[in-house]
Ligand binder design. Structure first.
Ligand code: ZN
Length: 181
C-alpha cells in the first residue's frame, strides 16, 4: 500500500465541502483502508477524506494510541492489537451537549496546536462502509475528534474555530511558514 499524500494548509481543497457518499462498493472500502494506513504512518488519531484530496464524506479514526486512551497498555510488538480502527461514512451530529476545551492539532496544519472549544458529548449518525445506518453516543476524546473531522468535511480547520484575533495571527504565521517551506 502506498501512503496517500496529506494536503497541508493553505491548500484550497481543504476549504471545500465534501459530498455525501452514495456508492458503498469495494473502492470505498479500499479508500478507508488506505486512509487508515496513512493516518497510522502520519501518527494521527483521525483523518478526513478531504485531507487526502477526496471530496467524499468519509472519516477514519483510531484513538487506541492516544495518550490516556483505554487499551494502550498492550505488550510491545503487538502493534496490530493496539489498533481499533473506525470508519464513519456520511457522519453527522444528531445531538450534542456539554462543553469542553482541549488542545488540538491537525495532520494538515504543521507544527501548530491550539485550544478549541467543542461539545463534550455527541450523538453521531453515520453509515458503515457497507452502507448500514448506525447511531452512537460518543464522549471524551472521540467526541472531540469526530467534531474536528466533520469540520474538515465542511471545509473548516480547527484554526477557523479560534477567536478572530488569534485566527488572524495564526493564519499569517502559517502562510509565512508555507512560503519558506
Ligand atoms: Zn484535522
Amino acid at each position: 500500500m502506498v501512503p496517500l499524500t496529506v494536503l497541508k494548509y493553505p491548500n484550497p481543497l481543504l476549504k471545500q465541502r465534501a459530498h455525501p457518499v452514495t456508492r458503498f462498493d469495494t473502492e470505498l472500502g479500499r479508500l478507508a483502508e488506505d486512509m487508515l494506513q496513512t493516518m497510522y504512518i502520519e501518527g494521527g488519531i483521525g483523518l478526513a477524506a478531504i485531507q487526502v484530496g477526496q471530496l467524499r464524506r468519509v472519516v477514519v479514526m483510531d484513538l487506541r494510541d492516544a495518550p490516556g486512551a483505554p487499551g494502550t497498555e498492550v505488550e510491545e510488538g503487538d502493534a496490530e492489537l493496539r489498533r481499533n480502527p473506525r470508519v464513519f461514512v456520511n457522519p453527522a451530529i444528531a445531538a450534542s451537549s456539554g462543553e469542553t476545551v482541549s488542545e488540538e492539532g491537525c495532520l494538515s496544519v504543521s507544527d501548530y496546536t491550539a485550544e478549541v472549544r467543542r461539545a463534550a458529548r455527541v450523538t453521531l449518525s453515520f453509515q458503515t462502509p457497507a452502507g448500514e445506518a448506525r447511531q452512537e453516543e460518543i464522549e471524551g476524546l472521540g467526541a472531540i475528534c469526530i467534531q474536528h473531522e466533520i469540520d474538515h468535511l465542511d471545509g473548516l480547520l480547527f484554526i477557523d474555530r479560534l477567536p478572530p484575533l488569534k485566527r488572524q495571527m495564526v493564519r499569517k504565521r502559517l502562510a509565512k511558514l508555507a512560503r519558506s517551506a
